[in-house]
Design a protein around this ligand. Structure first.
Ligand code: HMG
Ligand code: MG
Length: 299
């Protein structure tokens, strides 16, 4: 077994990626209880909400209330697609922004109504200003492996988009398998290349678990030297504009894998399951992750 990192950081995306696609309207207080329980579990980097158009993603329309009532702890990221989103986020007191762009033009058009190049050019001055003002900026790179509309994406195209954001001075790249079409070989190859080309950036892998290869992809990425993963408690999630894609790989199941490899995260698995209890009754579908099922049986 090649050498694996001793410590891994999990970036919890359940309150944002997890809930954005949920059909039932979740009460804001319940979202806050979920976020606070996740903090209690030891998750100190989290995507907590997004400042996007409420017409496009109604579930995230309470982002102002979320930010006004959230217990400040660690790095609280908010998703912002444009200047309007960043303005609102700053007014709400956010200081860490996640911008997002798809490698695939067609996906990007569906997701944010712009071509990839238009999005990059829109974001360039925004990122420049955010960095001048000392904000943390994460760039989420969607459809890094495959696009639900265009098919497989050439690796060079993904690397080229990542390079543009690294050159703009972002702090972190979160490189995403939006529709769960990555496999361990493709994950190892892309993340090894990203590690080599951008050794000085925080590099995070974001896997959706549509075909249940999320854990295998994480294991392959660990071997490529990745030590940061976006995960979602309860395996919630999916992008409303990526048809067929399901939730992110589940925080509690990733924890089981990492614990079995003696990799430290500082996150308590049972407390993650307790956090899932806060939202489970409000969801339109049951939670069926391996570790949450076992936790329920033990209760
Ligand atoms: P648009 O319709 O082209 O926007 O949408 P526009 O600039 O023409 O403005 C139209 C209206 O929206 C105007 O209001 C604007 O003020 C308003 P009106 O005059 O009609 O009343 N508006 C906004 N309102 C609130 N917040 C804003 C905002 N911007 C404009 N920020 C837009 C463009 C980007 C707004 C829209 O397409 C949008 O909100 N898309 C969001 C899509 C989204 O949230 N997708 C899910 C997150 S990405 C994801 O899940 C992938 C990820 O997990 C990684 C992976 O797995 O791949 C990160
Ligand atoms: Mg996602």
């Amino acid at each position: 077994m090649s050498s694996l990192p001793k410590n891994v950081t999990l970036i919890e995306v359940g309150p944002r990626d997890g809930l954005q696609n949920e059909k039932n309207s979740i009460p804001t207080d319940q979202k806050l209880a979920f976020i606070h329980a996740l903090q209690q579990a030891g998750l100190h980097e989290m995507e907590v909400t997004s400042f996007v158009s409420p017409k496009w993603v109604p579930q995230m329309s309470d982002s102002m209330e979320i930010m006004a009532n959230i217990r400040k702890q660690g790095r609280q990221l908010v998703l912002t697609p444009n200047a309007r989103g960043v303005e609102n986020a700053l007014r709400a007191g956010a200081d860490s922004m996640a911008v997002f762009v798809g490698v695939s033009d067609t996906f990007n058009q569906h997701n944010i109504n712009r071509t990839t190049e238009e999005s990059v050019e829109t974001l360039r001055p925004i990122i420049d200003q955010l960095k001048k003002d000392h904000h943390f900026v994460r760039a989420c790179i969607s459809t890094a492996f495959h696009c639900p509309y265009e098919g497989f994406i050439p690796q060079e195209q993904t690397l080229s988009l990542c390079r543009q954001f690294v050159d703009m001075g972002v702090d972190e790249l979160s490189v995403a398998d939006t529709d769960g079409m990555a496999n361990p070989l493709a994950s190892f190859t892309l993340f090894q290349e990203l590690k080599q080309q951008f050794p000085n950036i925080l590099l995070t892998a974001h896997f959706h678990d549509t075909r249940k290869l999320g854990l295998a992809n994480i294991y392959a990425s660990l071997q490529a030297g990745v030590d940061r993963f976006d995960t979602s408690a309860g395996g919630l999630g999916g992008c409303p504009f990526a048809p067929g894609a399901t939730g992110n790989v589940a925080t509690e199941d990733v924890l089981y894998l990492l614990e079995s490899l003696n990799i430290e995260t500082g996150v308590d698995m049972d407390k993650v399951c307790l956090a899932v209890d806060e939202v489970a009754p409000y969801l339109s579908r049951p939670i069926e992750t391996a570790m949450y099922n076992l936790y329920k049986r033990r209760k």
